[in-house]
Design a protein around this ligand. Structure first.
Ligand code: CP
Ligand code: NVA
Length: 305
């Protein structure tokens, strides 16, 4: 691990990601332990959440520790009190902070000042905890990551960034199909390409959903307008109209392909009801794995500390 925080999935090496996946699969077998007895986690969220908040809270409890949820309404991060001050105060109480913020820079400032590990629980730039649970799910369904091809269709957002980086680090092939101007940024592309030199992953960029999905093992999508982009939702609905995952598109993937979505989903927009409800859909396995993957992560950061 490059630092004692998880701000980006690329703060972990490919081997560290794999080892977290193996641990998460092992942790699935026993619900209650005392591994993190007397440890505490602050869950500091500026944005809404169901999965991430519940899975972090339960993970700490099931590992014998304690979690405290702090909403923006209570803390006023950057409004009632400056971000560095909130970080330094929380760092005096808890052993780690899981933070969900609008701006990625806010998480970086929290990490700079907290004096305890900070975990990115979603920012506008990345969602590393989601990527970890997603790779665990793919590993469970396909038995490997190397040689598997994931086709991501839609917005080059936080989910896409973390998945592209995680794929490049672990040797999974990653294809992204997005409208022009909505793919990964130059910086992320550069970083991804650097990791492929070591892992051998093949990364492909296209504007054609059909090209990306053809022969893929995993078809993945996310909302077209993320939290904080509500004003653009109407415009994005038009721009992304041809990027919906429907049965016709799914039929181009391998026969045993799985469909993935981090949730919440906007049925009828990025995915049809039929696809998300089909036998190929593993979206609730993904959601469940958030709990197991984060347990592995919390033990990595807080075990033996
Ligand atoms: N996938 C995910 O992070 O869900 P929440 O926003 O509900 O936490
Ligand atoms: N891209 C979405 C992911 C939600 C889990 C968002 O940022 O709103």
């Amino acid at each position: 691990m490059k630092q004692n925080h998880l701000l980006s999935i690329a703060d972990l090496s490919g081997d560290e990601i794999l080892s977290l996946i193996y641990n998460a699969i092992e942790l699935k077998k026993t619900v209650w332990t005392e591994t993190l007895k007397h440890k505490s986690l602050a869950i500091l969220f500026e944005k809404q959440s169901a999965r991430t908040r519940v899975s972090f809270d339960l993970a700490m409890n099931q590992l014998g520790g304690h979690a405290i949820y702090l909403s923006q309404a209570e803390v006023g991060l950057g409004t009632r009190e400056s971000v560095p001050d909130v970080a330094r105060v929380l760092g005096r109480y808890v052993d780690a902070i899981a933070a969900r913020t609008y701006s990625h820079q806010t998480i970086e400032i929290l990490a700079e000042y907290a004096g305890v590990p900070v975990i990115n629980a979603l920012s506008d730039y990345e969602h590393p905890c989601q990527a970890l649970a997603d790779l665990q799910t793919i590993y469970e369904k396909k038995g490997t990551l190397k040689g598997i091809t994931l086709a991501y269709i839609g917005d080059g957002n936080n989910i896409a960034n973390s998945l592209a980086l995680a794929s490049a680090l672990t040797g999974m092939n990653f294809r992204i199909a997005s409208p022009e101007g909505y793919s990964l940024t130059k910086d992320v592309k550069k970083q991804v390409e650097k990791y492929t030199l070591h892992s051998g992953a093949i990364i492909t960029f296209t504007s054609s959903p059909e090209e990306a999905v053809t022969g893929a093992d995993v078809v993945y999508t996310d909302v077209w307008a993320s939290m904080g982009q509500e004003d653009e939702a109407e415009e994005r609905r038009k721009i992304f109209a041809h990027y919906q995952i429907d049965e016709k598109l799914m039929a181009l993937a391998k026969d045993d392909a799985i469909f993935m979505h981090d949730l919440p989903a906007h049925r009828g927009e990025e995915v049809t009801d039929k696809v998300i409800e089909s036998a190929q859909s593993v979206v609730f396995d993904q959601a469940e794995n958030r709990l197991h993957a984060q347990k592995a992560l919390l033990i990595k950061f807080l075990g033996n500390s």
